[in-house]
Write a protein that binds this ligand. Structure first.
Ligand code: AMP
Length: 112
């Protein structure tokens, strides 16, 4: 089932887009949890990470390398955190796979 992120991909609702290629799109989170908080999503509708298959291996690799590229582009390449919430109990609220790219403040470990 499509989510609000598909509407962003299709330009049906606005977003502050920072990166796009044929496989993925990145835009600023509307409710940022850090000075830099960007969401990176595949254009393919994969609801959760657990729904990805071996067929998606190249796409998942592309997302990781693109997260790196975006962090460099945003000038936060030396210190950033990637988060994937998988499932409602892990904090996932939008069921279209996405990587949170967070930077610009100190991060605690273990995460909350
Ligand atoms: P998660 O809780 O991991 O599913 O993350 C979903 C994220 O999407 C949250 O951080 C929301 O603030 C963000 N979000 C929801 N709607 C939008 C939107 N229209 N544009 C940008 N970010 C959004």
């Amino acid at each position: 089932m499509s989510t609000i992120f598909t509407k962003i991909i299709n330009r049906e609702i606005p977003a502050k887009i920072v990166y796009e290629d044929e496989l993925c799109l990145a835009f600023h989170d509307v409710n940022p949890q850090a000075p830099t908080h960007v969401l990176l999503i595949p254009k393919k509708e994969i609801p959760r990470l657990v729904d990805a298959t071996a067929e998606d291996a190249a796409l998942l690799g592309h997302l990781m390398l693109t997260a790196n590229k975006i962090a460099q582009q945003l000038g936060v390449g030396d210190a950033f955190r990637l988060v994937v919430n998988n499932g409602a109990d892990a904090g996932q609220s939008v069921f279209h796979l996405h990587l949170h790219i967070l930077a610009g403040r100190a991060f605690k470990w273990p995460p909350g």
